[in-house]
Design a protein around this ligand. Structure first.
Ligand SMILES: O=C(CO)COP(=O)(O)O
Length: 138
C-alpha cells in the first residue's frame, strides 16, 4: 500500500512518535511525505520515504495529484487545528480529494491508530482490488 505522511509543525513530534511505534508495520509499505515531515521521520526511524516538496511550497498538491490518480491508499495528515497555515487552500484541496476518491484519511492520532491496525488486519485490501481493476482497464 502507498501511505502518505503529512504533519504541520505543531504535530510533527506526534507523527514521528506514531511512525516509531508502528515502524515494523510501516516498513512493509511504500511511504510518501511532504518535505520536512519526511525528513523528521527518516531522522528518527529507519523508514525510507519518498519526499515531496514542503507543504507550503506545493507538497500537499503533489500528494493530491497522486490521490487524483487513485494511486495513494492511505493518508495520515496530522493537522494543527490551532495554527493558521499560509497554504490553507492546498490543505483543503488535499482533504477534499481524499473524500472524492474515498481514500482512508486520518487527521489525528486516534484515527491513525485505528487505520494502521485495520491495515495490518487486511481491512484495506479493497484498495488492491481497485488497483487491479484499473490495470485491467488500461
Ligand atoms: O505544511 C504541511 C502540510 O500542509 C507539511 O509540510 P512539511 O512536511 O514540509 O512541513
Amino acid at each position: 500500500m502507498k501511505i502518505a505522511f503529512i504533519a504541520h509543525d505543531g504535530k510533527k513530534a506526534d507523527l514521528v512518535n506514531f511512525a516509531k511505534a508502528y515502524e515494523s508495520i510501516l516498513s512493509k509499505h511504500e511511504l510518501y511525505s511532504t518535505g520536512t515531515t519526511g525528513t523528521r521521520i527518516m531522522e528518527q526511524t529507519k523508514l525510507q520515504l519518498h519526499r515531496f516538496k514542503s507543504g507550503p511550497l506545493g507538497g500537499d498538491q503533489e500528494i493530491g495529484a497522486l490521490i487524483a490518480k487513485n494511486l495513494m491508499d492511505i493518508v495520515i495528515f496530522f493537522r494543527d487545528p490551532l495554527t493558521p497555515q499560509p497554504h490553507e487552500p492546498d490543505i483543503l484541496a488535499l482533504l477534499r480529494l481524499c473524500d472524492v476518491y474515498s481514500i482512508p484519511l486520518a487527521t489525528n492520532m486516534g484515527t491513525a491508530e485505528i487505520l494502521i491496525h485495520g491495515l495490518e488486519r487486511g481491512d484495506l485490501n479493497w484498495r488492491t482490488l481497485i488497483h487491479e481493476k484499473e490495470n485491467e482497464n488500461k
